[in-house]
Design a protein around this ligand. Structure first.
Ligand code: MN
Length: 228
């Protein structure tokens, strides 16, 4: 038994529908600009350019249903995304084999300090301060592949206080889930426990303290997050 010189941070475990056992999170990867209409609203070129990725921290995933409004920002945006939870990984995975590595899927939010991100982009600096802050990835319970299959189409929505803000379809993804996994595995060695956020449809916008955010994906139910 390894002895640690200071108290060890707790492991991050996410709830799984149908069991009391939790999913142990290793790394969190996010793809940028993966729906054409969102790419356009962020000022990008919707043509199929190479995908790019950034990371959040495992403990940024928060299943509590509460999002504490972060400090250092006055413009925090919602991005509804489907999360892929990996059961296995590897390097250089083939597109045809990629889905065999998936454990399940969940509803997720890629909360973003948009004002901070705009400044970092202008300075050509990395995005962690905009993306990887505490509680920045509210997440619903994981649905196993046995329960939901591999969702490739179906409505993905986000509402704030009952008003729809984002309304897209999973089939609008520029890079599909098997391609995202294969591409990511060229750069990083993936492993069971990794979670991949697959991008957001258009309609991103600001949340305020007191807002109730509800996200939904066909086949994965819905998940509510209260902004505090
Ligand atoms: Mn995103």
């Amino acid at each position: 038994m390894t002895e640690f010189v200071i108290a060890r941070a707790a492991d991050v475990g996410l709830p799984v529908v149908g069991t009391d056992a939790v999913f142990p999170v290793r790394r969190v990867y996010c793809i940028g600009r993966n729906y054409a209409a969102h790419t356009v609203e962020m000022g990008g070129d919707p043509d199929r350019e190479e995908p790019f990725f950034f990371q959040k921290n495992a403990e940024n995933l928060d299943p509590s249903g509460v999002f504490p409004y972060p400090h250092q920002s006055g413009d925090v945006h919602h991005e509804v995304e489907m999360a892929v939870a990996m059961a296995a990984g590897g390097r250089g995975l083939a597109v045809e084999d990629a889905l065999d590595c998936v454990f399940g899927y969940a509803l997720c939010l890629d909360m973003t300090r948009r004002d901070v991100q705009a400044k970092l982009k202008k300075q050509s600096r990395p995005w962690e301060a905009a993306k990887a802050f505490e509680h920045s990835a509210p997440v619903g319970p994981i649905h196993t592949v046995a329960h939901c299959g591999h969702p490739a189409r179906g409505r993905i929505t986000l509402s704030v206080n009952g008003t729809i803000r984002q309304d897209g379809d999973l089939d609008q993804m520029i890079w599909k889930v098997p391609e995202i996994i294969a591409y990511l595995s060229e750069t990083f060695e993936l492993a069971g426990g990794d979670v991949i956020l697959t991008g957001t449809p258009s309609g991103v916008g600001a949340v305020e303290r007191g807002d109730l955010v509800e996200i939904a994906i066909a086949g994965l139910g819905s998940h509510r997050v209260q902004v505090r």
